[in-house]
Design a binder for this molecule. Structure first.
Ligand code: SF4
Length: 347
């Protein structure tokens, strides 16, 4: 039986050093190979010219290097770029570059499909096929950084984990990817420019706090009323609001980092006073700000964008309670790159 080889980029520098020591070589060989993989972006072991032939053959026998390939790239009339990224096993994920006057933000995927079942989201219909490897997450960022330089003459400035998948359901690989993105061997980006967005997996929020991560946290809240939240995101029955609240309090206690709540207002679902009041109350537990996100219907079903008046009612109530709230207009709607629309439609 042939053993499936592991992607060498899933190994940390320490693990790579250990691998060489276990194989009767020097630990520093691990540093050399690591540099080839990340700083020099080697696509094959053959590229590693200062590593002996025997070592390269030994690596070849144990590992593979799985790089991604941007299959198709679409540009929206508003400048947004969407990449359909092919993985080594033929599966596809999508990532998006969102340019504004002052920033270029990459929205990247963490899973193929998604483990969760948010009723308003196109990705949820794909189901989870597998988690992305750290290198596959890193490569999406690298591809967008190149496009940012090419089309906007500036490097990527921010990253949000809001593409396909729930990042906290692929925690270890997301953390490894962020370590590379922020390390000097990678892109050397500040963790303060990275936001991980979760649907509210409480126990993993606590773990992140314990791990003292330095990036920012966003939570897709969408309702601070249990029953309504369960209707929007059925899996939240396993992560009730009191548990989420406690996890967020713990996060803030440990990190002192403000939380961003992502919130969509839907017609007939959460466009009422009771929902507004519940959100204002929830926002008082932990220092936070609120992004009210414009929704892009994925069909004619129950989730439709609420009226501007209903959104204004939220802004007014949050504002009068001293909570920062902004309306975020979706970008890239014409190429299905906007929030909740990523679903590999072109493939
Ligand atoms: S909104 Fe995010 S967490 Fe929910 S199903 Fe879609 S990709 Fe998954």
């Amino acid at each position: 039986m042939q053993i499936e080889k592991k992607d060498i980029r899933a190994l940390s520098k320490e693990q790579l050093r250990d691998f060489f020591v276990t194989n009767n070589d020097k630990a520093f060989r691990g540093n050399q190979v690591y540099e080839w993989l990340w700083s020099k972006g080697a696509h094959s072991f053959e590229d590693m010219t200062n590593v002996s032939k025997e070592t390269r053959q030994m690596l070849e026998g144990n590992f593979v290097i799985n790089h991604i390939k941007v299959d198709t790239m679409q540009r929206s009339s508003d400048g947004t770029v969407k990449n359909a990224v092919r993985l080594h096993d033929g599966l596809i994920v999508e990532s998006v570059l969102i340019p504004t006057e002052t920033r270029t933000t990459a929205c990247v995927s963490s899973q193929v499909g998604c483990s969760l079942d948010c009723n308003f989201c196109a990705t949820a219909r794909l189901k989870r096929m597998r988690n992305l490897e750290p290198g596959e997450i890193y490569d999406q960022v690298l591809a967008i950084d190149r496009e940012s330089k090419l089309y906007f003459n500036r490097p990527l400035s921010n990253i949000v984990f809001m593409g396909m998948g729930e990042p906290l359901m692929n925690y270890n690989n997301v953390i490894k990817a962020i370590d590379m993105i922020t390390s000097n061997e990678g892109l050397g980006m500040s963790p303060k420019r990275i936001t991980v967005s979760t649907s509210g997996v409480s126990k993993m929020i606590r773990k992140m706090a314990d791990d003292e991560v330095k990036f920012k946290l966003a939570v897709s809240l969408h309702s601070a009323i249990e029953e309504t939240r369960n209707r929007i995101m059925p899996f939240t029955k396993s992560f009730p609001l009191p548990e989420l609240r406690e996890a967020l309090e713990y996060w803030y206690h440990k990190t002192k980092s403000k939380i961003t709540y992502e919130y969509v207002v839907w017609k007939g679902i959460n466009d009422n006073k009771e929902s507004v009041d519940a959100l204002v109350k929830f926002c008082k537990y932990v220092p936070c700000k609120v992004n009210l996100i414009e929704y892009n219907p994925i069909d004619d079903g129950e989730f439709q964008q609420a009226s501007p008046e209903s959104i204004n009612a939220y802004i007014k109530a949050l504002d009068s309670n001293g909570i920062i709230a902004k309306v975020r207009h979706s970008r890239g709607k014409d190429i299905d790159a906007a929030c909740g629309q990523l679903a590999n439609k072109e493939v």
